[in-house]
Write a protein that binds this ligand. Structure first.
Ligand code: NAD
Length: 455
């Protein structure tokens, strides 16, 4: 009998990962389920809820054949041998550990639902990023609540990066699968390994014990974020000394021990994962009596917050210490290019800072819709000074200053001469991603600020 898989959670991870498995394994039936009706309807439509280059094609190659999207979570659980859990694990906003610990309410309710519905042997795969030892809690919930199910819990954290999810899933650096080191646990690991091995070389599929796998995901994100905060901290020193952060990054990146990737200074990292996973790591360190380790990792988040506010402060200072009533164009709102995800994007902080100073903020992003931008910046409130526009021209025409906050390719090749002519003078440009042609812009007449660059 061929394998049947389901995934609880049709988000940025569940949707693309399952679509890739279905596309690569036509004989495996894959159902992605989520109680969110709007999301499931979008997965079943031509406008997917997640924007990722190449994703539409992957979904269309398998949808209706062996890939299904459904709101009937319980049915999918009953019918599946392998159940991936890819629900959200946001930072807790209440009670013990608020602001740091991961909120595991969705994980727990998924485990309880699986326990209620499961009959016979099931392999449960944690895809969500969770604190170390969550598998133990899941196993306890499953084994003490199920009448007829038997369970193996595996950890298979997802390392895809938004914006390159399809490429990352098609050709990952590695796949990590952790499980109990018992004959049953090792057999479950092998079953999941054999799925990935359909298109990923075996030597790239690492197997470990449960706790190493769970912890590795948090540590990977902490190291990635640490590199960004490291280069961002140096960007401030470059601005103070006349060094150029891109030149410094190139020089140190040539050292094979350091390597060239992830050394791009910017207005600060965003995304749903880095901040939440580091905060979770620091919470775990505190919990296990390691306050020095917690403080070390916490500084990575502090530098990121500082970098974002340093950028807003710079705009205000350069505009003669007031932006009150001034038109500021914001180019880009997503936390990085090639995604419509705005969670924790630096643009939220920058827009809020400018609005707090009384600026009129005109925001344009090629993939993020108005409703999302308003909700992110204002919550349920309103502010007539936040204006979401449909193109670059509307954001920039009549502006005192323009700030680039997302590195969308289309911003690199704009008609800057025309933008300059439409702006008030002096025309200020703030490049929060260091993607613009700086020398040319200065020649045109812009007053340009770029992260970690000499003036
Ligand atoms: N976004 C990323 O780039 C990324 C990368 C690697 C790992 N992760 C991790 O993967 C997990 C999921 O992230 P995401 O970005 O896909 O989140 P998301 O918020 O986009 O999606 C989670 C979905 O789970 C659904 N859900 C909640 N409870 C459910 C239940 N009981 N049954 C079925 N569905 C349920 C929600 O309705 C939601 O649609 C998180 O732990 C995250 O840290 C995310």
């Amino acid at each position: 009998m061929s394998t049947t898989i389901c995934c609880l959670g049709a988000g940025y991870v569940g949707g693309p990962t399952m679509a890739m498995i279905a596309a690569k394994c036509p004989d495996i039936r894959v159902t992605v389920c989520d109680p969110n009706e709007k999301r499931i309807a979008a997965w079943n439509s031509d406008t997917l809820p997640v924007y990722e280059p190449g994703l539409q094609e992957v979904v269309e190659s398998a949808r209706g054949r062996n890939l299904f999207f459904s709101t009937d979570v319980r049915k999918a659980i009953r019918e599946s041998d392998i159940i991936f859990v890819s629900v959200g694990t946001p930072t807790k906003t209440y009670g013990i550990g608020a602001g740091r610990a991961a909120d595991l309410k969705y994980i727990e309710s998924a485990a309880r639902m699986i326990a209620e519905e499961a009959q016979g042997p099931k392999i449960i795969v944690e895809k969500s990023t969770i604190p170390v030892k969550t598998a133990e809690a899941m196993m306890t919930i499953l084994r003490s609540n199920s009448k007829n199910g038997t369970f193996q819990v595996l950890s298979n954290p997802e390392f895809l990066a938004e914006g390159t999810a399809v490429e990352d899933l098609n050709n990952p650096d590695r796949v990590l699968i952790g499980g109990e080191q018992t004959p049953e646990g090792l057999a479950a690991i092998e079953k999941v390994v054999s799925i990935y091995a359909r298109w990923i070389p075996r030597e790239k599929i690492l197997t470990t014990n449960l706790w190493s796998s769970e912890l590795s995901k948090l540590v990977a994100n902490a190291f990635l974020a640490q590199r960004i905060s490291s280069i961002n901290s140096i960007s401030a020193l470059c601005e103070a000394t006349g060094a150029d952060v891109d030149e410094v990054a190139r020089a140190i990146g040539k050292d094979s021990r350091i390597g060239p990737k992830f050394l791009k200074a910017s207005v600060g990292y965003g995304g749903s994962c880095f901040q939440k996973d580091i905060l979770n790591l620091t919470y775990l360190c505190q919990h296990f009596g390691l306050p020095e380790v917690a403080a070390y990792w916490e500084s990575v988040v502090k530098i990121n917050d500082w970098q974002k506010s340093r950028f807003s402060t710079r705009i205000v200072k350069d505009l003669f210490n007031t932006v009150n009533g001034k038109h500021i164009g914001i180019l880009g709102f997503a936390f990085k290019k090639d995604t419509n995800d705005t969670r924790e994007t630096a643009a939220i902080s920058v827009c809020r800072d400018l609005l707090a100073e009384g600026a009129k903020v005109y925001v344009y992003d090629p993939q993020v819709d108005e409703e999302q931008i308003r909700a992110d910046v204002l919550g349920t409130g309103s502010n007539p000074n936040l204006i979401v526009v449909k193109n670059v021209g509307e954001a920039c025409h009549g502006a005192h200053a323009v700030a680039v906050l997302t590195e969308w390719d289309e911003f690199k090749e704009l008609d800057f001469q025309k933008i300059y002519e439409g702006m008030l003078k002096p025309a200020f440009l703030f490049d929060g991603r260091n993607i613009l042609p700086h020398a040319k812009l200065r020649e045109i007449g812009f007053r340009l600020f770029a992260i970690g660059k000499p003036y």
